[in-house]
Design a protein around this ligand. Sequence first.
Ligand code: GDP
Ligand code: IMO
Ligand code: MG
Length: 429
Amino acid sequence: MPNLVIVGAQWGDEGKGKIIDMLSEDVDAVVRFQGGNNAGHTVVVKGKKNILHLIPCGILHEGKTCIIGNGVVIDPKALLHEIAELQAGNVEVGENLKISALAPVTFPFHRALDKAKETKLGKEKIDTTHRGIGPTYTDKYGRIGIRIVDLLDENRLRQRLEQNLSEKNYLFENYFSLPAFKIEELLVEYLEFGKQLKPFITDTAFLINQLLAAGKKVLFEGAQGTFLDVDFGTYPFVTASHPIAGGVSIGTGVGPTRIDRVLGIVKAYTTRVGAGPLPTEWEGGGEELRKRGSEFGATTGRPRRCGWFDAIGVRRAQMLNGFDQMALTKLDVLSGIPKLKLCVGYKIDNEIIKDFPVTIDELEKIAPVYEEMDGWEEDIKQIKKFEDLPENAKKYINRIETLVGAKVAVISIGEDRTQTIILEDLFEN
Ligand code: GDP
Ligand code: IMO
Ligand code: MG
């Protein structure tokens, strides 16, 4: 089994970083395929917290090729900062990092647009990370995007900036009442970024396909989560990319027939950062659960909204991503809660439904239908074997498997690499 896709099965922050880091040891390459530096993937190694935003988590392991695919939007300033920070911590970033020539570039005007649009939306805002992600993807699909390879060609970059800013500066000055951007300043700054990034730029689609053809093990690192998908998420409260497994093909140039397996990363409860429906949210946003799980955004530090496990949602994620296996994370956070609830149905206008609805109106009306289970008292953070888990924890895991229709292959019981129980080899047939 040479390759594996890792996807978030909820609203992001499921603990993908930890699982990817753990699996990276066994692979040759780790590839990001969508999103940008809106992502914050935490990897804790011997007590030291590393947060990765654009660079694949595999970078913390020596000798792994880390690839940023064409589906990722790249803010060069943020990327260079991340490279410098890693290098300052003695992590090697050189030949092992490859970035796609075709990836769209995020400029300061994208970040400014992101913020300005949110301000205009007022109470209706999406609560984005303000990293310019939406506007960068908008330009890509509007066919006026500027790609990484354009940073290597002064004439082309100037022409693309002129094309971009003629419209955007009009908007900034006349619609948003903000200052215009100056082409000359951007040109100098971004040509310099291009120079610094040049050694990393390549045809990543070719590279990844070559690795696969040579039988190398490749891990595809999803960012965000299924319900932030621009098509299948809780639209319009979503990100602008495709975090679902289907995003791998278009975000890397690897055909669907070359993708072997998908692992859904599932938090043992539910969190969401930003606005939009969250059917199982505890009253008041779940402060108690937030404290227990230290649920604060890894990118923005914003408090995450928290609630019970939503089996209807995760079953939908299982279908959309086609995963048969799950990594169940943060199970330790539930220790000491006497009664645990699992959402097994949605009540909308007095009718009980068992499937995730598709419209925002329905999603906003959901009253969750819960099943209750007894919790466990014990601290489980140091347990090494499934058999040694408290009986009620085992029952909770088994019930999730039944409700979702996928096996729990990995259980995560702490933030450290070592606090993991592996039940199935993910690379075996
Ligand atoms: P990602 O975006 O999916 O990579 O997740 P984040 O890194 O944004 O958030 C997950 C948080 O939970 C991080 O602070 C991790 O260190 C932490 N974490 C991951 N797995 C576990 C776990 O099993 N137990 C506990 N207590 N913390 C975990
Ligand atoms: P990782 O990879 C959780 C959310 C934002 C906002 C919405 C749109 O760490 O799981 P954007 O800036 O993307 O336009 O914001 O998406 N969001 C995330 N939430 N985890 C993430 O990434 C997220 N990336 C974006 O909070 O609600
Ligand atoms: Mg995160």
